[in-house]
Ligand binder design. Structure first.
Ligand code: 1HA
Length: 272
């Protein structure tokens, strides 16, 4: 594909897109295995927001620069007493906001993983809808080793994805797992040779781009609905409202209000 670089103001990430409707968001800090700082996360949130709102974009690839890492989690050099320090000294855990954004934005997000997906970087691939791993990929959590934990999606969504026993093993032992082991436990969708990582990921994107965007959108929300309680139902229900707004029945209500008359819903049938 022909990748066009979009926003040149980012320092920590790259945002590309293609004419066919694929966005690619890349953490660009390869010197620290693509570990993130608050600025990185802020830029990622901005880029995902951009891809969310762009009507030309149908699917989003999330990846890390280079072949050594997808992401190595929070940048431990700027970890303070209550989070990760930004340039003004404020300490953040703003990656939690990014996690929710990836989970709820109504387009498929594919993690494209070469090398390490570790710690908070592992949780980010977990949050993506699909993961394509290169054969050099390595997965794992480090929290209990480095004095951290993700007791939110990091624990709960992992248990849902691969089962409780395996999730507890990953968190309690802090081992690393290769791509074949990750595939066997259902942590990734497929494993491909490193040289084919991007072409195969793009193939999966093109496949989804041929499908109904509304169907994909409602299905993504459906997979969150039962776990996310009222917020999950809200997400699913928002789709019902959006679809309802496209109907003559809903528009009769709006039109009657604007025309200062009583709405006439009689012509709309009560379907079984
Ligand atoms: O748990 C959370 C959160 C929980 C709740 C809410 C928010 C959270 C936010 C974040 C996190 C976390 O992410 S905690 C977990 C933090 N990450 C880690 O513990 C992983 C640390 N890194 C490693 O274990 C290894 O570097 C590696 C397995 C990814 C790669 O090993 P490798 O290939 O042997 O390379 P290495 O020499 O270790 O690293 C290359 C360079 O990258 C080193 O710098 P250099 O010596 O060249 O100056 C290394 O220090 C740097 N680097 C790697 N990872 C990080 C890092 N620097 C800062 N932070 C890192 N995470």
């Amino acid at each position: 594909p022909v990748w066009q670089l979009v926003n040149k103001d980012y320092t920590d990430i790259l945002y590309h897109h293609t004419a066919e409707g694929i966005a690619k968001i890349t953490i660009n800090r390869p010197e620290v295995r693509n570990a993130f700082r608050p600025q990185t996360v802020r830029e990622l949130i901005d880029a995902f927001h951009h891809a969310h709102l762009d009507p030309e974009i149908g699917v989003i690839i999330f990846t890390g620069a280079g072949e050594l890492a997808f992401c190595a989690g929070g940048d431990q050099r700027i970890r303070g007493e209550a989070g990760y320090r930004d340039e003004s000294g404020i300490e953040h855990l703003n990656v939690l906001e990014l996690q929710r954004q990836i989970r709820t934005l109504p387009k498929p997000v594919i993690a494209m993983v070469a090398g390490y997906a570790i710690g908070g970087g592992h949780v980010l691939h977990l949050l993506c809808d699909l993961t394509i791993a290169a054969d050099n990929a390595r997965f794992g959590q480090t929290g209990p080793k480095v004095g951290s934990f993700d007791a939110g999606f990091g624990a709960g969504l992992m248990a849902r994805t691969i089962g409780l026993k395996k999730a507890k093993e990953i968190w309690f032992l802090c081992r690393q797992y290769d791509a074949a082991e990750a595939l066997a436990m259902g942590l990734v969708n497929t494993v491909v040779p490193l040289t084919e990582l991007e072409s195969e990921t793009v193939n999966w994107c093109r496949h989804m781009l041929r499908h109904s965007p509304t169907a994909l959108r409602v299905l993504k929300a459906a997979f969150n609905a039962d776990t996310d309680g009222l917020a999950g139902i809200q997400e699913l229900a928002g789709n019902a409202t959006a679809l309802f707004y496209t109907t003559a029945e809903a528009q009769e209500g709006r039109n009657a209000f604007l025309e200062r008359r009583t709405p006439d819903f009689n012509r709309f049938k009560r379907r079984p």
